[in-house]
Design a protein around this ligand. Sequence first.
Ligand code: HEM
Length: 193
Amino acid sequence: ATSFTLHQLAYHPAAQQKVHEEIDAVLSKYNNKLCYDAVKEMTYLEWTFKEAMRMFPSLGFLIRECAKKFTFPEIDLTIDEGVVVMIPVQALHNDPKYFQNPDEFRPERFSPEEFQSVEKFVYLPFGAGPRACIGERLGQMQSLAGLAGVLARCEVAPGPSTLRVPRVHPASDIVQCIRGGLPLRFIPRTPKP
Ligand code: HEM
């Protein structure tokens, strides 16, 4: 999730600049110490991470087993007890029915004003319901702290072998891997006086 966020920032310098400005401004308030309270204030970084997880969720699909026979009257579809159902998260997150211009990387989609209009149970990077990810808050906090730590010191840019649209490794299991990884250039930022 964090690698794909950096990958998108490498191709979106304007968004990267906003992230850098936010990190610099917040860290200067906290004596340049990356702490929990500082990360909580990095809202644009959070939208950026969420947008990257929309385009490329770590789990491309979720699995459930039908506990009780159920019919969807709208489409007259019955699912019997015991049937395994796959929820296609990658497809839902990239469906123009739910996210306008889904190929466009735009962190502002996750601003509270915009995100409130997104249909429920469509954005599922951590799943949903009683079997949703138990590590959601820790995972998100660790990821944002890691991103802030790297981006406070470096700019990211595409490297000679970076692919603009990376390909999922066909041997991926439930967690989606990328063929050849996500190579990037890390350019040290000039330290602030
Ligand atoms: C960015 C980081 C992470 C992502 C994207 C992620 C994503 C997910 C997803 C999509 C599921 C399946 C949910 C479902 O089927 O509805 C899941 C399940 C789970 N995750 Fe995470 N996760 C992350 C970090 C973590 C961390 C840090 C922990 C533990 C400290 C964790 C522990 C678990 C466990 C135990 C389950 C199984 C829950 C169950 O079946 O009841 N995850 N995670």
